[in-house]
Design a protein around this ligand. Structure first.
Ligand SMILES: [Zn+2]
Length: 476
């Protein structure tokens, strides 16, 4: 879709210019223009990408993750594991992404381990501190699947739907990750975003960032903007109802179609946003959106947006909302390589959930009980794995490829990951843990942190605890 006149006018007020004539832009920028067709289950779009080279090296080839390609028929790595095959509620269904052109580059090709990377060779090598603009035209086709990207029964999930620049490590380069079914195989750097999205008028949009809606004929034109976000995602539904509440300067919106306790869901989202802002440091954006949707897991985090499965109810729903809200600090604001160090954001999100319930007795969820459940489940897991395989790998700091099941991934990254922070709390006290997490958030908000950088924010006495959990020698 091309911007119409209304959008051109609106952009004068809402869109900062991509970069100055002198190329002084200090972060990369995604300008997406997309049109969704419900009939063909596809999203046709253009990404005008302004790359700002903030690395120490000259860059010649940019790497983009093509996550939608994991949903294609011949994918080596399926995003949906066997135990979640019911997510394909209508039987086999496939999707993918086609790149029809890349403009203002020397060459481009699709490669990587599983057709998951778009390599774009720039017209000329780009020096540090300089910007380059390319334009990628693509069509993303959605499978009928209740997953991060797909047409669900009552909603449409648009997670990881466009080419996104791979995370970058100094000295190593761009980081490739295939779509492992266990865990969140994502690693990207923060950037500026704008998304012009055209939908059939019957749909309402829940999304990362601020949104403006305008109707034109049988279409709804949305303009979504966000700053300092490492990704952008949306959920569409023809059945959405909306509740909202202001928390400080942040507008919290809850989009739902089935939830019979919607007021309570919105309330726990607001209270946890408030609590984490006080404990860890302020929330980064003007809006926080929670969307109920068809989803085979409990929930999923994106910057300023959480997806909550319409299949979770009661206390599980409350815990999921708090966990996903905690991810706004541990993933969305402070990022980490989720393929290599999933425990960093999952362990912290789960531990933060325990802290919230510990200070909010009215929900009837006790930190002590959550801790015991995690410990007992971990011991059972170890026993079962020893019986099955003769040994069990209990290292916390592991690549996603090392997990053979969701059961193992959950017990290690969520269970043992949260117990690590409980153990640190027992050793140094809650106040010092909270001040350490505040320090961590302040130092790395808008960036990606390494395990060493996280550990360095804690008192020196906690270092041995971290080491023993990460290398698997801790007895819990
Ligand atoms: Zn999580």
């Amino acid at each position: 879709m091309k911007n119409n006149k209304w959008f051109a006018l609106l952009s004068l007020f809402f869109l900062p210019y991509p970069f100055s004539a002198c190329g002084e832009e200090k972060s990369s920028r995604y300008d997406l223009t997309c049109e969704y067709s419900a009939e063909s289950r596809s999203l046709k779009g253009t990404l005008d990408f302004t790359y700002y080279n903030d690395t120490k090296e000259e860059q010649n080839v940019l790497w983009f993750q093509l996550y939608p390609n994991a949903y294609r028929a011949d994918a080596t790595y399926s995003p949906v594991s066997l135990i979640h095959k019911a997510a394909y509620y209508d039987g086999e269904s496939y999707g993918g992404i086609e790149i029809s052109s890349v403009e203002n580059c020397r060459t481009y090709e699709i490669g990587g381990e599983d057709k998951n990377i778009l390599f774009v060779t720039l017209r000329e090598p780009l020096k540090r501190g300089r910007t380059s603009k390319i334009s990628i035209s693509f069509t993303t086709t959605l499978a009928c699947v209740e997953h991060r990207l797909g047409v669900a029964k009552e909603s449409v999930n648009l997670g990881n739907f466009y080419p996104v620049l791979c995370g970058y490590d100094e000295g190593k380069g761009f980081y490739e990750c295939v779509y492992y079914s266990d865990g969140d195989p994502f690693y990207s750097d923060s950037a500026e975003y704008s998304l012009s999205l055209s939908l059939p008028k019957s749909y309402r949009l829940a999304c990362s960032g601020n949104q403006e809606r305008r109707e034109e004929g049988d279409r709804a034109q949305y303009l979504v903007t966000g700053k300092n976000m490492r990704d952008i995602a949306c959920v569409l539904s023809e059945n959405f109802q909306v509740l909202e509440e202001k928390v400080g300067d942040t507008l919290v919106r809850y989009y739902y179609y089935k939830d019979e306790n919607a007021e309570q869901t919105l309330s726990v989202a607001c209270r946890s946003l408030e609590y984490f802002s006080e404990q860890f440091g302020s929330y980064a954006w003007d809006t926080y959106t929670v969307a109920e949707t068809g989803f085979c897991f409990g929930g999923m985090e994106y910057p300023a947006l959480s997806l909550i499965s319409d299949g979770v109810e009661g206390t599980a729903r409350l815990e999921t909302v708090v966990h996903e809200t905690a991810h706004q600090w541990w993933y969305a604001m402070v990022g980490n390589n989720e393929c290599e160090h999933a425990w960093m954001d999952e362990g912290l999100a789960e531990y933060s959930t325990m802290l919230f319930f510990d200070d909010h007795e009215e929900y009837g969820v006790k930190k002590e009980d959550m801790e015991n459940v995690a410990r007992n489940a971990f011991h059972s897991f170890c026993g079962i794995y020893r019986q099955l395989f003769g040994e069990v790998d209990v290292k916390l700091d592991r690549h996603l490829s090392s997990f053979v099941s969701e059961y193992e991934y959950t017990n290690i990254t969520y269970g043992k990951g949260s117990l690590l922070f409980c153990c640190v709390e027992d050793a140094v006290g809650k106040e010092r843990v909270l001040s350490s997490l505040k320090k961590y958030k302040t130092a790395y908000s808008g960036k990606n942190a390494s395990p060493d950088q996280l550990v360095s924010c804690f008192p020196v006495g906690a270092k041995a605890i971290f080491t023993s959990f990460l290398d698997g020698s801790a007895v819990i």
